[in-house]
Design a protein around this ligand. Structure first.
Ligand code: GLA
Length: 384
């Protein structure tokens, strides 16, 4: 996307003064539904994401256009009325970031135009929304120079999502996108927000995404329900630092009480998933990808049986992968309820594996999945 093409979409005669920002999507290798419990997670930023082309304005208008929602045309709002509800479609994310950043102390003294173009499946579990949020963050940092670090911007993004979109998400998506590094997965401590980097050995594994192409139903409300269950368990156990910081022997003795409250299985998933992330990060760091693959399978089973966020299409696509030679590990990724799977695949067999998984999934469901390889990549940054 050139500056001139973006300017034309926005109805601007002149592309002068514009700049471009890149913001990736993310995939989580292991550790789902434990970021909001102070857990460890192991995501990576993708080489797919959002390009934002930004033109500062001298007045107080914010205007936006997305090639992914071209039928919407150009949205606009005044700087003073960014305290919006979620009724602006994709443009809500832009206004939510502006308003949340202002509430966090950013001084914004002029408007801007933003043109977005993304290649992440919308609503597919690869964080297309957090990608947009961090693109806006990067644009605001560049225009208003507050000197905030990427972690602070990630917190602004999470707050925007919580307050405006109404999803009580954790920090994983925004932080992975803000702090990604080429060739690395991020071992993220969601309590301290510390990030350590673990190389993904490209000579041993290729990361292959599978999109179930199934509608993601009730994702927001079911997500919030699960989060409420985990919160209830945390209260019962008095786990102030977060449920994921407890070991299994600390929760086992409270099983009856947790079962009576209807939150035992959520607790067991949280605690066991944390242990799997620790083991998977250690295994990945020493190149033991077979162990990572085994732990990914256990993670999917726990998300399916205990946390109950997979559903028939994710289960079918993961089970197709488990049956396909050349697959080292496969599981759902992200919030679940539809969306995408993540597969670790032998690098010299990516094509055959993708075809094999797709054929098995299509036979089971009648749907052709989208399969594509991704590489661990840098976080959001200004391009030019
Ligand atoms: C969504 C949320 C994240 C995280 C995952 C599940 O992607 O935005 O904060 O909770 O689901 O791991």
């Amino acid at each position: 996307m050139t500056l001139a093409a973006a300017a034309a979409d926005l109805g601007r005669a002149d592309p002068a003064g514009g700049f471009r920002v890149w913001s990736p999507g993310r995939v989580n290798l292991i550790g789902d539904h434990i970021d909001y419990s102070g857990g460890l997670v192991l995501p990576m930023a993708l080489d797919r994401g959002t390009v934002a082309t930004v033109f500062p304005r001298s007045d107080g208008q914010i205007r936006g256009y997305s090639t992914n929602f071209a039928d919407d045309g150009v949205h606009s709002a005044g700087l003073v009325d960014t305290t919006c509800d979620a009724g602006h479609g994709w443009f809500t994310y832009v206004l939510a970031m502006v308003d949340t950043a202002v509430r966090a102390g950013l001084e914004i003294d002029h408007g801007f135009e933003i043109h977005l173009s993304g290649d992440i499946p919308d609503g597919g579990g690869l964080s297309s929304s957090a990608s947009v949020e961090m693109a806006v963050a990067c644009a605001l940092e560049q225009m208003f120079h507050p000197g905030w670090d990427p972690t602070r911007w990630a917190l602004v993004g999470q707050r925007a999502e919580n307050d405006y979109v109404g999803v009580a998400c954790g920090i994983m998506d925004q932080l992975a996108i803000a702090r990604g590094r080429a060739g690395k997965a991020i071992l993220m401590d969601c309590a301290s927000l510390e990030c350590r980097y673990v190389p993904v050995p490209s000579d041993q594994v290729t990361v292959l995404i599978g999109n179930t192409q199934s509608p993601r139903r009730l994702a927001g409300s079911a997500y919030n329900d699960r989060r409420a269950a985990v919160e209830r368990a945390r209260e019962i156990l008095g786990a102030d630092a977060g449920l994921a910081t407890l070991a299994s022997d600390q929760v086992d003795g409270h099983r009856d009480e947790l079962e009576a409250a209807g939150v035992w299985r959520e607790t067991r998933h949280t605690v066991s998933e944390q242990a799997r992330v620790v083991a998977a990060a250690a295994a990945l760091a020493c190149g033991d990808v077979a162990t990572v693959g085994r732990l990914m399978r256990e993670s999917h089973e726990s998300l399916r049986d205990d946390f109950r966020v997979t559903g028939e299409y994710l289960d079918a696509l993961v089970s197709a992968a488990w049956q396909t030679p050349g697959v080292i590990g496969a599981r759902m990724t992200g919030a679940g309820f539809g969306g995408c799977t993540v597969n670790l695949v032998q690098p010299d067999q990516v094509e055959q594996v993708a075809v094999g998984i797709a054929r098995r999934y299509a036979a089971a469901t009648g749907i052709t999945p989208e399969m594509f390889a991704v590489a661990p990549s840098a976080g959001a940054h200004v391009l030019d």
